[in-house]
Design a protein around this ligand. Structure first.
Ligand code: GUN
Ligand code: ZN
Length: 433
């Protein structure tokens, strides 16, 4: 396969920024060249010094080339029920979510939604995501089969839920275990697919099911685990009624051996001191879902407190509780949530979080989330002049920090000029744009 060189302004983080503009934490090339061969980055440097002989050159100047965004928590089966009018989490789940997800017992439906879902991800610059499928194994097949067709690195799994939901959505402790086991055998590490063992949350999993999840985790330690934790007051109260012997909500998952460095916990808003200590000790990741937390009125994520207590953190859309597929919109809302907490999220920290930071949360920083030789060529090209207002504002922008902040505050899918998945153009080749 021939070598491609992308020319543009290149930005890639090597670690979390320590101060506002910690130049040691990132590589920035004003006129950069990213060499790509066989889907992998083979060189990064100044264009003037690049070996361009025989290479196909694609010029993206003056746009920014970044690693593709990574979304750490979403429900692809809720793509068609974003923007559902509800007062709070449990009403939203019972009124809309549990109805919508039942449609995924139909293979044709799952296949069709998967296609549209991946088109949406690509349009918004997200090249990898961690997803909940429905409780139906066929929804997982549709999810991974479509990812495989597009050569995307995706993490996902069948939701395990055996109570407090409609019968059409419930599995059992045994069938949840058996189906998950079969799906792991079918999909985990097949191509770029990675499996996440996915007990939905304490309310919809009986003790017997959490016991089955514990067995799966023990039998498949290289799979991820994902669940929801401490999103909403009524959810916490109900969870503690269902698991009265656990010290707190986190303690439920702890008691069933579900917490570790490969565990992703959606929301983590209302944690007590003991709980943050347990997350820090086990290395489990707290996933910030700002658009969802605002939309459902769940609460304000306390980033500083978690970081100060040594808890690992990621960021995500939480579609369809979340209100945008865009990680730019998500960073913007994250900024606003933290403003309400009296905390600042600087643009370097937020773009780090959506790329390298989320890759680190997955332990995949050697594969995705940065632009360096040997990493997958999963990239997003961002245009900070994409709309008339952005163009107007850009006339006044003097620093990279200002440009990034403008992108996250005013940007959406229109600011995504191109996307590369494993070195192949993925946005401009979508149909129907
Ligand atoms: N808790 C359990 N299931 C869900 C879900 O689908 N979305 C959100 N936001 N929270 C949940
Ligand atoms: Zn969720």
């Amino acid at each position: 396969m021939s070598r491609t060189i992308l020319r543009g302004r290149v930005l890639s983080f090597s670690r979390a920024p320590l101060g506002f503009d910690d130049a040691e934490s990132y590589l920035y090339l004003e006129d950069g060249a990213v060499g790509i061969e066989d889907g992998v980055v083979v060189s990064v440097g100044d264009f003037a010094e690049a070996d361009i002989a025989g290479a196909v050159i694609i010029d993206h100047r003056p746009n920014l080339i970044l690693p593709g965004f990574i979304d750490l928590h979403l429900h692809y089966v809720q793509s068609q029920m974003m923007a559902a009018y509800a007062g709070s989490l449990l009403e939203w789940l019972n009124t809309y979510t549990f109805i919508e997800e039942q449609k995924f017992s139909q293979q044709g439906h799952a296949d069709a939604v998967a296609v549209d879902f991946y088109d949406a991800l690509i349009r918004h610059g997200t090249t990898s995501a961690v997803a909940y499928c429905s409780s139906h194994p066929r929804s997982v097949d549709a999810f991974f089969a479509e990812a495989q067709r597009r050569n995307m690195l995706m993490v996902g799994g069948k939701v395990m839920m055996d109570r407090n939901a409609p019968e059409g959505l419930c599995d059992s402790a045994q069938s949840g275990y058996d189906d998950s086991k079969a799906l792991i055998a079918r999909w985990h590490q097949r191509g770029r697919a990675l499996y996440a063992i996915s007990p939905r949350f304490a309310i919809t999993s009986s003790p017997a099911q959490l016991e089955a999840a514990r067995a799966l985790v023990a039998e498949h330690p290289d799979c991820y685990v994902q669940t929801h934790l401490s999103e909403n007051d009524a959810e916490i109260t109900y969870s503690m009624e269902l698991y009265p012997d656990s010290p707190d909500y986190t303690g439920i998952y702890e008691d069933y051996g579900l917490l570790g460095p490969r565990t992703l916990l959606g929301h983590c808003i209302h944690l007590n001191h003991r709980e943050t200590g347990v997350l820090a000790e086990t290395g489990a990741v707290a996933v910030f879902c700002p658009t969802s937390n605002l939309f459902l009125g769940s609460g304000l994520f306390d980033r500083e407190r978690l970081l100060n207590n040594g808890v690992r953190i990621g960021i995500a859309t939480d579609i369809g509780g979340g209100t945008s597929v865009s990680m730019l919109r998500t960073l913007d809302e994250g900024y606003k949530v933290l403003q309400l907490r009296g905390q600042r999220l600087n643009p370097f920290a937020s773009f780090h979080m959506a790329t390298r930071g989320n890759a680190e949360a997955l332990g995949l920083e050697e594969t995705i989330g940065s632009i360096a030789p040997g990493r997958a060529a999963d990239l997003v090209v961002l245009d900070a002049r994409a709309t008339p207002m952005m163009r107007m504002r850009m006339a006044n922008v003097e620093s990279l920090a200002d440009e990034l902040f403008l992108l996250q505050t005013l940007g959406d899918d229109r600011a995504v000029a191109e996307v590369y998945v494993a070195g192949a153009r993925a946005k401009s080749t979508l149909g129907g744009l």
